[in-house]
Design a protein around this ligand. Sequence first.
Ligand SMILES: Nc1ncnc2c1ncn2[C@@H]1O[C@H](COP(=O)(O)OP(=O)(O)OP(=O)(O)O)[C@@H](O)[C@H]1O
Length: 263
Amino acid sequence: MHPDLVIAAEQVNVVRSGRHLLRELNWQVELDERWVILGPNGAGKTTLLNLAAGRSHPTSGALHVLGERIGRTDLQELRTRVGFSTSALSERIPGGELVRDVVVTASWSVVGRFRESYDEQDVVRATNLLREWGMGSLTEREYGTLSEGERKRTQIARALMTDPELLLLDEPAAGLDLGGREDLVTRLTRLAMDPDAPATVLVTHHVEEIPPGFTHALLLRDGAAVASGQVQDVITSDNLSETFGMTLKVSYGEGRYAAISAR
Ligand SMILES: Nc1ncnc2c1ncn2[C@@H]1O[C@H](COP(=O)(O)OP(=O)(O)OP(=O)(O)O)[C@@H](O)[C@H]1O
């Protein structure tokens, strides 16, 4: 496998309970790329992210993540190399957990504080990451008391804690109000523009949430790729209409996309 390839999927199928959740997927992500995955509910976006995070296996086909063949490798080791922000993980975080501990425990791939003391270096890194994500004044707060936007930013800081080679973000803007969404898009733009940031894959339902600086897009419908490639070639009215099964008109300005139904 080429060393610049972070994800390489060849003819990947995922079948669960007799249902095809992903079909014949071919997809490649390189080191310096920032991808967005778009598609309607049930299209297979989370299924694909779970595969890339080493949390499940394809039914057939070949999937390599960071040079490791999924299904033939120690997934526990791979998981520390992949930062994964998902609401499924958020739901497992005890409400009484301190924000700083939510981030620092990523070092051991656990949630819930399980050691009495941490390495000073880890605490410093967690605190710095929280500051970068606008959570500097809330490190001693209980996670359960945070707003949705604050939780999302804490989850991303946690995902970055292990200095991952691949960052996976599953719907980070879901549930945010307009201000919260715009704040997050600005922060993700900054991350996308950082040459030292890891390869990133962001799942969303809305083209409005594509941060400037994201380079590539994959459109999924019913588990199959409708289009894949450079973001400006993929996010078009025709492709979006086919993906969402309705006639949509895409516009672009100030580095941002918008979509409305065409009448
Ligand atoms: N273990 C399973 N067995 C059967 N069907 C499953 C299983 N897991 C997921 N599915 C189904 O697979 C489809 C794809 O699910 P997935 O969560 O990947 O979609 P998604 O694109 O992330 O959707 P959403 O946008 O709603 O989060 C859904 O219809 C879901 O119900």
